[in-house]
Design a protein around this ligand. Structure first.
Ligand code: DQA
Length: 146
């Protein structure tokens, strides 16, 4: 089972960026925990963070033909703006899980619409980093480790 985890803009600042909203764990902490869990489940996990919309799109396009079975994506602010990321995900045939650290539904109105949700098979918000681990667990349960 090959899984791609994509982190969108500003998530490289995790741990120091508005910790009251996003927590004090760093992105490296989250990625390490994901890798550990993937390994234990027999899955191969790669992760990528980018502040650039086009780089996220390139990574989604690459996942169409490299055996990736599932994408776990926190598109961050692009969630609410990017038709291009939605289009790229629509061209990917595998499972897509959308993750948000914060509960976007109890925040500003502009965070309550997601383009990505039009494609996502599942959406997790408000569970902090646990949301990524739950997403990985769901993907492993759906696909098995092979
Ligand atoms: C976020 C929520 C978005 O609205 C915001 O722009 C982010 C992070 C989250 O994980 O809670 O950068 O996706």
């Amino acid at each position: 089972l090959k899984v791609l985890v994509l982190h969108g803009p500003n998530l490289n600042l995790l741990g120091t960026r508005q910790p009251e909203i996003y927590g004090s764990e760093t992105l490296a902490d989250v990625n390490r925990a994901l890798e550990r869990r993937a390994e234990a489940a027999g899955a191969v996990l790669t992760h990528r963070q980018s502040n650039h919309e086009g780089e996220l799109i390139d990574a989604i396009q690459a996942a169409r033909s490299d055996g990736t079975a599932a994408i776990i994506i926190n598109p961050a602010a692009y969630t609410h703006t990017s038709v291009a990321i939605l289009d790229a995900l629509n061209a990917f045939d595998g499972t897509v899980i959308e993750v948000h650290l914060s509960n976007v539904h109890k925040r500003e109105a502009f965070r309550q619409h997601s383009y990505v949700s039009l494609r996502a098979d599942g959406v997790i918000a408000g569970l902090g980093s646990q949301g990524y681990y739950a997403a990985l667990q769901a993907v492993v349960a759906e696909h098995g480790s092979a």
